[in-house]
Each structure stands twice: as C-alpha cells, then as structure tokens.
Design a protein around this ligand. Sequence first.
Ligand code: ADP
Length: 266
Amino acid sequence: TSQVTTVREAAPVLPQVKNIIAVASGKGGVGKSTTAVNLAVALSKLGAKVGLIDADISGPSIPTMFNVEGEQPAVKKVGDKNIIIPVEQYGVKMMSIGFLTPTDSAVVWRGPMASSALKQFISDVDWGELDYLLIDLPPGTSDIHLTMVQTVPVTGAVIVTTPQKVALADANKGISMFLQPQINVPVLGVIENMAYFTPEELPDNKYYLFGKEGGRKLAAKYEIPFLGEIPIVQSIRESGDTGYPAVMKEGLTEEAYMNLAEEVAR
Ligand code: ADP
C-alpha cells in the first residue's frame, strides 16, 4: 500500500496518550479556555495524567490562567531531533502558542503557521504517558480544527456554550462541523458555562442572565450528553487572572468542575 500507511503503522501518533479531547466553542468569550483549564486540573485531581495544548491562536490565555506566562519550554536533543519538554503546573503538562510569542506582542498567526505549530505540539513534544490530552481550540471552525483531525485520532469533542441565543447558534454550527463525515469526531457533550448567577447575599436565588438551559436544550436537540453547567462566579474570573484555577479552591465551584470532569471521564 502507500508509503503514508507504512509510516503511520511504524510510528502511530501519540501511542502513549489514551484520550485526546478537543475543547471547542462556536463563539469566542463563552469561557472555553477557562473551562479547559479547570477541566484539566479537575481530571488531574481525579488521578489522571493530563496534558493540555493551547491551540487558541486568537488569544492564547492558558499561560496566564496557569501563572506560567513568559515561560520558555526546555528543549532536548533526541538523535538529531529537538524535543520540547512541556511546561508543567498544577499536575498538568502544557504547550501553548503563547510560549512561542513574547507577552503583549501582536504577532499575527496566519492559519498555516498556527497549523504547523499545532502539528509540532503534537509530534515534537515529550508528552509521555497521558490519560487525557485536551486541545483548547480557537472558537468557531478553522484550519486548526482540520489540522487537528488530520494529525491525531481525536477521541471526542466537548462543546462549551453559554445559554445565550447567539452563542447557541454558533455552538450548533460547531457540533455540525464535528459530526460531518469528513471530520467525523464524536461529540462527547455540551457544557453550559455562565448558566446563572447567584449573589452571595441571596444564596437561594438564581438569575439566568444569558437565558435558561440553552446548553441543555442544545444537547437534547442533537441527542448528545449534557455534561453539566457552571454558574457565573466572580472567583472563576479572578482565578483566571491570577493563574490559580478555581477548581483548586474548595467550595461549590470546585464541586461543579469536579462533577464535569467525572462526566467527561465517564
Ligand atoms: P473563551 O476561551 O471562550 O474566549 P475565556 O475562557 O477566555 O473564554 O473567558 C472569557 C471571560 O469570561 C474571561 O474573563 C473569564 O475569566 C470569564 N469567565 C469564563 N467563565 C466564567 C464563569 N463561569 N464565571 C465568571 N467568569 C467567567
């Protein structure tokens, strides 16, 4: 058969990685990266070996969310090949486009450059054995999505959305993309982020700022699992900014993310 087949058989992609999970959203700003970060730490807290690839070129925020901004991953030589050692924080190994560009610089990543960066993150990084490798994708549909499915066997995608109509419309498109025959990635389920807000002084009240149960209904429409909901919590935003993921602090938020991780690991 073709040479390509032979090469793949000789060197399967990431054989030591059990599950490759794409974290996707239709719209930007719905909390996809925040969810990916907390999910990664939550899976690690469950005892899994976890890696995280930040492939969101539109705003690589993962280094900030892990408080490893400006870090330079080490490189080792294996034969004549340079192998990158992922940065490790809070039990999660990670690689980000953010590590390759100076902080605050306005580097414009063209599609092909970003795609080749993703390929490098997959093939030239010493991930070792992992139970989960999460890939934080850019919002919407892009070259990166195609590169991903052409480069690695993706176990499945989780879709992050808010219950807002415009976010749901885009999440719809995202789900259809993964399910179309050329892509053919199973959708593991929908996560509803910013589902409601509960003021501290009114702990029994839920305010549905972005609408109610939109993510749940979206999952029902496609007959895919609803993985859970995360409320709007000030400390989730703050912990993203300070680089100490919310799931690491005991409380209701931790519980919500741990439940989510259990659903994803199911
Ligand atoms: P995306 O990756 O979809 O662009 P981000 O994860 O960067 O979105 O989140 C967008 C903004 O919303 C960030 O400021 C983040 O801190 C905040 N955020 C995300 N999820 C929540 C939440 N559940 N509660 C409060 N703030 C949130």
